[in-house]
Structures are given as C-alpha cells and as structure tokens.
Design a protein around this ligand. Structure first.
Ligand code: P6P
Length: 336
C-alpha cells in the first residue's frame, strides 16, 4: 500500500507487480519520463531569463540555435526514451509522422509505443502561466522485431497501458496511471526527487467549475450554448464558477482536485474541435476514468473512438462524471 512522501522510485518498485506486464520495462519507461520531466522543468522555469539574456527564437548565450521550448521539450523526451531498449516508436505533436526508435541490439525487441504532447499550452510560457507535458503509452500490436507501423499508433484509447502528465506550475508534478488508479508526485527541486503527494486522486462526482473558452460562444453547437446558460442560471448549486487557464493540463488538474468539467467543443472555427485525440484526449481520458471521472466527445466515450490519423482532432469534454453526463444530455437535444 502506497504511503505519502514515498519517492516515485520506491512507488514504482512497490507497485510493479500490480502491473500485468510487470517485466520492469514499463517501470523503466516511467523512470525515463521522470528524468526528461526534470530537465524540461529546469528549462521552463528559466524561460523568462532566456528572453532577457538572448533573443528567443535566435541564438542563446552559448551561440547555440535557440530552440522553441516545445521543440526543446520534444527533443528531451524523445532522447530520454531512446537507447533504453523499451520503446519502438514515438508520435509527437511536434513531429509530422511517428519516429521509429531502434534498439541497441540488431533485433528490436522493444514493445512499447509512446504518444506525447511535449509542451501543451506553450503559448502561455512567455506570460508565466503553467504548462504541461502529456503522454500516452501502448504496447505495439505488430510483431516484435518487425518495423513499427502506423497501426501501432492508431489504437483505441482503451488499449493504453499507461498515461500521465507533468504540470509545470507553482510546483512541478508528475501525475500518472498504469490502470490501477491515479497518483500524483511533487518534485522537490532542491534534491530533484518526486514524492508521492497526492495518492489515489479522484474527481468528485459533481463540481461547480466549468472550463471553456467563452470567446468562442457564438460558434458553439446549440447544445453547448444551452449547457453554458444552464451553468450560469441561479438554481440549486448554480451559478457555477468559470475557470479557464488556456492550458489543458492545468484546468484538468484543478478540476480533478476540486470537481469540474473542461470543454473544448467543435465550432465553426474548429469543426472537429481543437484537441488531438491520440496525445491529448486519450491520455487525459484514461486518467479521468481511472480517477472516477468521464471523458466524451459529447456523444461517445473518448477511449472507444477508433483513430484514423495521427493528428486527428475531436471535441473534448472531461471531468466530473455527472457534469460530463449533463453535457451529453444537452448534446442529445442538439440538432445543429
Ligand atoms: P484556446 C493549448 O494550446 C491547448 O491545446 C490546451 O492546452 C488549451 O486548453 C487550449 O489549447 C486553449 O485553446 O483556443 O482556448 O486558446
């Protein structure tokens, strides 16, 4: 049984046997994500200084090509998962197509696929608002030892073996699941160790926070307009509170702790919504369901959607299950 202030390393070892593929490979994968998270956290936390010292987007003070932070994060996470004989392929928001990861020995026995949004919400960096990394892990479906194919990446969210996020906020946290609940670990930057600070995280079944970009209101389907007006009505435990950070990981994290719903509906501007199914919606949906929450596209459970392309977008509603259920009720009546 996990106890507070256990280190992430101790937690992984103690819970390895509960993971049905407990060959230690997934533990090593989580450890590589932990390492990259620390490296990226260090860079995110000094982003403002870099702007002062070097013109961001050109060269930094060492004369290296200044890399945008999301490209930098992409490189660090891919590097951390390479040469560890665990991962055979990575898909990333920052990569047009998937990246094949070869094994150090000629016959590639690597079994895991990772999909990642290396720095979600990175437009918030220069205004000092929290951002996050989101990751999703599958086992490959094509034969081990053969070249990884797109089929390995286009799996339904139900087949994920792990998912999580790192939130670079007032503190840096790693929150993840391997299908046995959701646990949150807070980084002690002084010693570079993650400690179990939020064991067994769960969404309250109901909440009074709704997160949506109301600037798009006029473009929303009628069912979503009706739901937002419902939230604003004075009745029962309403009106609700509107909280929208513009960073999915931050809004999700707050809503998981306090209760609430995050919404990114389709609109005339984004006919399929904005968020990506494979490396944003699926991992957050896995976490949500493991935390007693729910995730839907307004009509269907997110993790049952069969992906067709790497970067496809879906409308996304995630959070307290009664709130997501209420949105689906409003969408049922929507004929737009
Ligand atoms: P908008 C960040 O770009 C992101 O993918 C999510 O993290 C965030 O919730 C959303 O897009 C913000 O989008 O259109 O409201 O600025």
């Amino acid at each position: 049984m996990s106890q507070k202030n256990q280190t992430l390393g101790e937690f992984i070892i103690e819970n390895q046997s509960s993971f049905k593929y407990s060959s230690g490979e997934l533990s090593r994968l989580i450890n590589s994500i932990r390492l990259a998270a620390k490296v990226v956290n260090h860079e995110v936390n000094k982003a403002g200084l870099v702007d002062i010292f070097g013109s961001a987007g050109d060269t930094n003070i060492q004369g290296e090509d200044q890399q945008k932070l999301d490209v930098y994060a992409n490189e660090k996470f891919i590097n951390a998962m390479t040469n560890r004989n665990i991962v055979c392929g990575i898909a990333s928001e920052e990569e047009d197509y998937f990246v094949t990861i070869n094994s150090q020995d000629e016959n590639n026995q690597n079994k895991y696929i990772v999909l990642i949004d290396p720095l979600d919400g990175s437009s918030n960096i220069d205004v000092n608002v929290s951002v996050g990394t989101i990751f999703s892990v599958f086992r490959r479906v094509t034969p081990v030892g053969t070249p990884v194919t797109i089929e390995d990446f286009l799996q339904k969210g139900d087949h994920q073996v792990a998912a999580g996020y790192i939130i670079y906020g007032t503190s840096t946290m790693l929150v993840y699941t391997t299908g046995d609940g959701v646990n949150g670990f807070t980084l002690n930057p002084a010693i570079g160790t993650f400690y179990l600070s939020h064991p067994s995280m769960e969404f309250p079944e109901d909440g009074v926070i709704y997160s949506v970009n109301e600037g798009n209101y006029v473009h929303f389907p009628q069912g979503i307009k009706d739901y937002i007006k419902y939230c604003q009505m004075e009745e029962g435990d309403r009106p609700y509170t509107s909280r929208y950070i513009g960073s999915l990981v931050s809004d999700f994290h707050r809503n998981m702790i306090k209760g609430g719903i995050y919404m990114y509906p389709k609109s005339s501007k984004n006919p399929n919504g904005k968020l990506r199914l494979l490396y944003e919606c699926n991992p957050m949906a896995f976490l949500a369901e493991q935390a007693n929450g729910w995730a839907s596209d307004g009509f269907n459970r997110i993790m049952e959607i069969q992906p067709k392309t790497l970067h496809e977008r879906v409308p996304f509603f995630v959070g307290s299950k009664n709130m997501v259920g209420k949105v689906e009720e409003f969408m049922k009546g929507d004929k737009t």
